[in-house]
Write a protein that binds this ligand. Structure first.
Ligand code: MG
Length: 425
């Protein structure tokens, strides 16, 4: 028990319990800690998730399933988090998600008759979505939130396309998923006996004579799996909080914000020199995990800064081998996408390269074209300048180059939700 039993509503027994699965190892996150405890806009991912369930008036109790060795720590942490009144159990999970949900079912209140299962790593779930799934489960016995697939999905065997699936029939399953308790318990115990392994709870109920109702979820109810997902989640939360602020104040956007960026790279022999997206003939090049384009790095940081979305070190960690040698144009494009996801559009950028040699003036028009193209703004809104340090310091002696950049973004009017709200059929 954590906060003690909630007050019964009249003489009713508790009827809707949420099971939050937060026992995953988070290997793809590579953070060495439970990924649901990583910070997201000032509070742990799991805290965001629990706040959504606490705010859902159809949920009576919340149980959290964590790795067994983290149960004491999680209890302690959750007790210290604000705004939670419904979390009353923290239990140790099993080796797989399926095992964890089964262990979670064992610790639920006997009076619970609807169980909502949700991934702790989906912090952007909306209380209204949880309510819709619960309502559908009350009526149909089993329901899940899903979104129509936007990608074309191929069946691939041995590296070759075997089949293209009909996209009109494809939905991507998310959580929350809700079930009448006896249905979920029976199927989980049956699967455990048979050694049947599935990747979501609805799969245990499908094909057993009980139809699983599909409720339209939201595209922004993303699962935090990689470090990049955390940055995307921050952009989405930033957009939501600005929207809420605007609704409260009656403002409609159109404000201008500015950000600054700064970067330094060392010059080494045997590397190409890439500046502002352009290859420059020179005797040495900048050293870095990516192509080390110091101008683009400073500009990308200025864009993220204008939107208060952190920095490119989080987007492209230099210990991630998948980013080795990546073109910095990809970094810039990602920064633009994140800014737009958060409701901003880049208005102009200005950069000043600090380098003793080479002279870059004849390459500047090419850089302006390349960067304007990626940012979707006119070439006249991209400014690239250069200066030396007159022979002084590490730049003057040719050890490295640096770049300062600034960026302004315009605050765009926002839609109130990225997902639909009608039932899927
Ligand atoms: Mg850099």
């Amino acid at each position: 028990m954590l906060h003690g039993r909630p007050e019964p509503r009249g003489c009713e027994l508790v009827s809707v319990c949420a099971l939050i699965a937060a026992a995953g190892s988070g290997r793809r996150m590579g953070a060495g800690v439970n990924k649901t405890l990583l910070p997201l806009r000032g509070r742990p991912v799991l805290h965001h998730t629990l706040l959504a369930f606490d705010a859902c008036e159809d949920v009576d109790e919340v149980a959290v399933i964590v790795p067994p060795q983290e149960a004491d720590l999680a209890r302690e942490l959750i007790r210290g988090w604000g705004g939670l009144s419904k979390v009353n159990r923290v239990a140790g999970g099993g080796k797989t998600r399926q095992e964890s949900v089964l262990l979670g079912l064992d610790c639920l209140d006997p009076g619970c008759d609807i169980v909502v299962v949700h991934d702790g790593a989906r912090p952007l779930v909306r209380p209204a979505t949880i309510s819709r799934v619960i309502e559908a489960a009350r009526e149909h016995g089993a329901a899940l939130a899903a979104v129509p697939t936007t990608d074309t999905v191929k069946v691939v065997r041995h590296g070759y396309v075997a089949e293209t699936l009909d996209r009109d029939l494809l939905w991507a399953a998310t959580t929350p998923q809700a079930f009448r308790r006896e249905i979920l318990e029976t199927r989980h115990r049956m699967a455990a006996r048979e050694g049947r392994v599935v990747t979501d709870d609805a799969a245990l109920v499908e094909g057993t004579g009980i139809a699983v109702k599909v409720v339209c979820g939201e595209y922004d109810n993303i699962k935090i799996t990689t470090p990049e997902d955390l940055v995307i989640a921050e952009a989405l939360l930033a957009a939501r909080s600005r929207l809420a602020g605007r609704e409260a104040s009656g403002l409609r956007g159109g404000g201008i914000r500015v950000g600054v960026g700064f970067d330094v790279h060392r010059l080494v022999e045997g590397r190409p020199l890439v500046l502002g997206g352009v290859n420059i003939p020179f005797e040495s090049g900048l050293k870095g995990h990516s192509d080390a384009d110091v101008i683009i790095h400073a500009i990308a940081d200025a864009i993220l800064g204008a939107c208060a979305l952190g920095d490119i070190g989080r987007l492209f960690p230099d210990d991630d081998p998948t980013h080795a040698g990546v073109s910095s144009k990809v970094i810039l494009e990602k920064a633009r996408n994140l800014a737009e996801m958060a409701g901003f559009s880049v208005s102009n950028v200005d950069a000043v390269l600090i380098a003793e040699r080479p002279k870059i003036s004849k390459f500047v028009p090419g850089m302006q074209r390349a960067l304007a193209d990626i940012l979707g703004i006119p070439e006249g809104s991209v400014s690239i300048k250069a200066t030396t340090t007159e022979g002084m310091g590490f730049i003057g002696s040719g050890v490295g180059m640096a770049c300062y950049a600034s960026c302004s973004v315009v605050d765009q009017p926002l839609a109130s939700s990225t997902g639909g709200s009608t039932d899927g059929s």
